[in-house]
Write a protein that binds this ligand. Sequence first.
Ligand code: ADE
Length: 228
Amino acid sequence: MEFHVITLFPEMFESPFRGGMVGRAIEQGIIVVKPHSLRPFGLGNYKQVDDQPYGGGSGMVMRPEPIASAIDAVKAEHPNLWRILMTPQGAPLTQHKVRELASRTPGLLLLAGRYEGVDERVRAMVDEEISIGDYVLSGGELPAMVLIEAVARMQPGVLGNAESVIEESFSSDLLEYPQYTRPEEFRGARVPEILLSGDHGKIRAWREAQARKRTAERRPDLLGRRRP
Ligand code: ADE
């Protein structure tokens, strides 16, 4: 699966994807992450990409022409990418949405705008708009990276263990149960006996009950939308 990003800061995409699971998936050719600089598509000698808002106000707004040219250029080489504008005004990025995006072959074209905004006419150039949460960042680059990380790890072969995708938090709309590793006792806190019992049926039931309890305490909103 391919992830293309139109951005004013392509260098931001270098180190975050060098290590970890996504880095390995890139090395193995399972995924491709390719930033495309918006700057060369800017207007005039100064390669201008933004301008003052009509009607006044603070901040700059990204002009539509450079973005349209950049999208056309990427499209010419990589047709059929699903186009997404990263914006706080978009639909929330949930695990459900992540799974949906993971099936959008051959890949995604993410548009990382600046937070003051892009010209309204840019909205017509994308297939959907996505927000990574109800807070504001200065640009769409980090949100694009968050989306890439979440979608990339759903690709077959990226995670070591296919089961871990299924068991994870939010995939079943429950938070994760408490996990323990060695030692059996740490500063007076013992690992729950049941986990040492070797009784896999009981362990599964305990984990399920713990996951429900934790979800009820911390994220009751998730229980409401849980599928039976
Ligand atoms: N750009 C700025 N803030 C954002 C957010 N929360 N989600 C997506 N894109 C953004």
